[in-house]
Design a protein around this ligand. Sequence first.
Ligand code: GTP
Length: 213
Amino acid sequence: MEEESSSTSIEVDFDIKFKMMLIGDSDVGKTSLLKKYCDNEFSQSYISTIGIDFQIKNITIDNKKLQIQIWDTTGQERYQVLAKNYFNSSDGFVIVYDITKRESFDNVNNWIEQIYEMAPNYAKSILFGNKNDLKEHRKVKVSEGKTLAKKYNIKFFETSAKDGINIKEGFESLIREILGDIASIKSARKETISLRDKKHKKKEKEEKKEPCC
Ligand code: GTP
């Protein structure tokens, strides 16, 4: 895969465009993973994401130019209502837990439930067990991450945003899965649009038919 660029400005030169979202508890490293993947940067300081933010990643894969919007949500509960509004337009989800925080792993089930509830049924997901540079503080075994991912039939990577472990591999694995399904995604979208159109036209007709006062 050939890398091109990443930026926060929207580029228009692409063949395929899709959206991905990073979800998971607060402090697990969602913003750090995004920064590492898009800008190859890492910062030790922790500034919690306020609401929702996104970055654009432009890459070329199999001679196709892709523009990927990667949405970074906060794990903080008070902003989650806002983030949930973006679930239904996402083609892919990176679910993140922190290998040093058991609770963030236990909560993966809740995050996956939210995907089932709100995301399009064609959306793909992947599980990241982040901060694997902090092995001496590990509270979740690699095998537990693997087993959980297997339960939901999704891929699993242990990552480190700090050391750049499995960042490119993880993100690109999800991108490839989405790409593999892109035809069905597009037709599902068309279906939704045409269904909406039909409903809209039917409503218009009914309104026209209504007798005047
Ligand atoms: P919210 O925005 O509150 O949801 O947090 P977040 O999930 O986006 O976490 P963020 O990326 O802000 O990282 C939280 C803290 O963990 C920061 O201090 C990061 O420097 C640190 N961190 C993130 N990833 C890693 C990692 O792979 N290894 C280590 N050692 N620290 C990490």
